[in-house]
Design a binder for this molecule. Structure first.
Ligand code: SF4
Ligand code: SF4
Length: 425
C-alpha cells in the first residue's frame, strides 16, 4: 500500500519553469534521464507536468513479459533495468504516458519516486508537485469489485464513487438501484437488485428484514440518484428512515435527471440550465431553491447521515466505514455530490476541480450527524465566492450578476442555518 505519493496539484505551472525536470535529471541512480515531462500548451492555457501515476491497477505491470516491473512494499511501481529487454509494450499500454523509452539504451524507464524522497517535489517552488500521505485511503480499500471500462460519460465521477464504495464495503452486501446512469447489474461482483424508481428503500427494507430473520449480517445498500431520492422515492425513503430500517442508502446527487436527458430535479440549483428549465425568451433556468435532502434525513434522527464528495476521498472512506457500523443498529444515509460533465457542461478533466470548488465555496459543505449531533468534517475557514464554482461550468453561463448574487445569498443562508444547528447541539 502507498505510504506517500506524488501529487500533481493543478494545471497552472508557470510556462517557462522546468525545475522539476532538471532535478529529476540530476538525481542519483542507474539512469539519470528525466522521467517527468513538462507539458506546455499555450493555445489552451494548459501548463502541467506528466509522470507515472503509480496506478493501483497498473496496466504496465500486467503486460511486461519479463517481470521487469514490480510494485514495492511502499507502493510505487519500479523497473528492474537488468530484466528489461526494451520491448516497449509497457510504453504502449500505459494510458498516461507514464513510462518512457531511455534515450541512451534500449530499455524503458519510469519514476520510482526516488525511493520515497522525490527530487522533483523538493525542487518545485510553486507547491504544484507535492509528496503526500495516501495511506489514509489506500489502507482501507479492499478488493476491486467493479469491472473495468464502465459505460459512463467521459469524465463522470460515478465510476470512482462506485469503485471506492465497493472496495470499502466489501463483498457481503446486496446492491439496490433503479433506472439511472448507475445501473450496476452486470458490472459489480456482488448481487444487484434493480427496482422501480420509487422502490429502492422498500425493496432494500424487505431483503434487510429477511437477512435479520435468518441471522445474516449482509448489508443492503441502495446507490441511487437525486431524482429517485429527492423526488420520486422520497416518500419511501422517509418512511424507511422513520421506521429505522437497517439499510445503507447512498444518494449520488448530480442535480438533475441526467440519464433521461437532463431534466431538473428538486436538487437542481437556482438559475441552472436543464432541458426542462430552459434559458432564453421563455426562461432563466431553474427558478426556486433546491431541496436540502441530507439535512431532511438528519432531522429523521436516523443512526448516521453524512455529506461527501469525490474530491475528499479520505473523508468519504471514513464516513462509509461509520455507515457500515451504523447500519447494524438502524438506517445510514450518505449524500454524495457527483458533478456531471454532460449535464453541468464542464470539461471532462475538471470533475475533481469542480467538486473541490463546491466544497471550498460552501456550496456543498461536508458534515455528518450521529447520535443527534451534527458536526462539520471539513470546515472551510475562508470560503471562496460562489462565482469560483459557477464559472467552471456552462449551466450557469447565462446568469447576470444579480442572479449570481442570489445564489451566493442562498449559499450563505444555508451555511448559516447549518452552522446554527451544529453549534446548538
Ligand atoms: S507507468 Fe502508466 S500504467 Fe504503469 S503505473 Fe505508471 S501511469 Fe500506471
Ligand atoms: S520495455 Fe522492459 S519493462 Fe517494458 S514491458 Fe518490455 S521488458 Fe517489461
Amino acid at each position: 500500500m502507498l505510504n506517500n505519493t506524488l501529487v500533481v496539484r493543478d494545471t497552472n505551472c508557470p510556462p517557462s519553469c522546468k525545475l522539476c525536470v532538471e532535478a529529476c535529471g540530476q538525481r542519483s541512480g542507474e539512469c539519470s534521464e528525466p522521467v517527468i515531462e513538462k507539458i506546455d500548451l499555450p493555445e489552451v492555457n494548459y501548463h502541467s507536468v506528466l509522470t507515472c501515476n503509480q496506478c493501483s491497477r497498473a496496466e504496465c505491470l500486467d503486460v511486461c513479459p519479463t517481470g521487469a516491473l514490480s510494485r514495492t512494499e511502499a507502493g510505487p511501481v519500479v523497473l528492474d533495468a537488468g530484466r528489461c529487454v526494451g520491448c516497449s509494450i509497457c510504453n504502449l499500454v500505459c494510458p498516461y504516458g507514464g513510462i518512457y523509452p531511455r534515450q541512451s539504451e534500449h530499455k524503458s524507464q519510469k519514476c520510482d519516486q526516488c525511493g520515497g524522497d522525490a527530487a522533483c517535489a523538493k525542487a518545485c517552488p510553486h507547491n504544484i508537485l507535492t509528496f503526500e500521505k495516501a495511506a489514509g485511503v489506500a489502507d482501507k480499500l479492499g478488493e476491486d469489485l467493479l469491472s473495468p471500462g464502465l459505460p459512463y460519460c467521459a469524465g463522470c465521477g460515478m465510476e470512482l464513487l462506485d469503485r471506492q464504495t465497493l472496495q470499502v464495503l466489501g463483498k457481503d452486501i446486496v446492491l439496490f438501484g433503479a433506472p439511472s446512469c448507475n445501473v450496476l447489474s452486470s458490472k459489480a461482483k456482488v448481487p444487484y437488485y434493480g427496482t422501480l424508481m420509487t422502490q429502492v428503500p422498500s425493496s432494500a427494507t424487505g431483503v434487510a428484514r429477511y437477512f435479520k430473520h435468518i441471522g445474516k449480517e449482509t448489508i443492503c445498500v441502495g446507490i441511487i440518484g437525486d431524482g429517485a431520492t429527492a423526488d420520486l422515492g422520497f416518500g419511501a425513503l422517509s418512511g424507511a428512515a422513520e421506521r429505522g430500517e437497517r439499510i445503507l442508502y447512498i444518494c449520488y446527487d448530480n442535480e438533475a435527471y441526467m440519464n433521461t436527458g437532463i431534466q431538473r430535479s428538486s436538487t437542481t440549483p437556482f438559475g441552472s440550465w436543464t432541458n426542462t428549465t430552459q434559458v432564453g425568451a421563455r426562461g432563466r433556468g431553474r427558478q426556486g431553491m433546491p431541496k436540502n435532502v441530507p439535512l431532511l434525513m438528519a432531522y429523521h434522527n436516523i443512526e448516521y447521515v453524512a455529506t461527501a464528495t469525490l474530491a475528499y476521498p479520505e473523508d468519504y472512506v471514513r464516513k462509509l466505514l461509520k455507515a457500515k457500523e451504523a447500519v447494524k443498529r438502524g438506517m445510514a444515509y450518505i449524500h454524495v455530490l457527483t458533478p456531471c460533465p454532460t449535464g453541468w457542461k464542464f470539461a471532462t478533466e475538471k470533475v475533481v476541480e469542480v467538486t473541490k470548488a463546491a466544497v471550498e465555496t460552501n456550496y456543498f459543505p461536508l458534515w455528518e450527524a450521529e447520535n443527534g449531533v451534527i458536526r462539520f468534517t471539513h470546515e472551510v475557514k475562508k470560503p471562496a465566492p460562489i462565482r469560483d464554482f459557477t464559472r467552471l461550468m456552462k449551466r450557469f453561463a447565462h446568469l447576470t450578476n444579480e442572479e449570481l448574487d442570489q445564489i451566493q445569498e442562498h449559499v450563505d443562508r444555508s451555511y448559516a442555518q447549518l452552522k446554527r444547528v451544529t453549534t446548538c447541539t
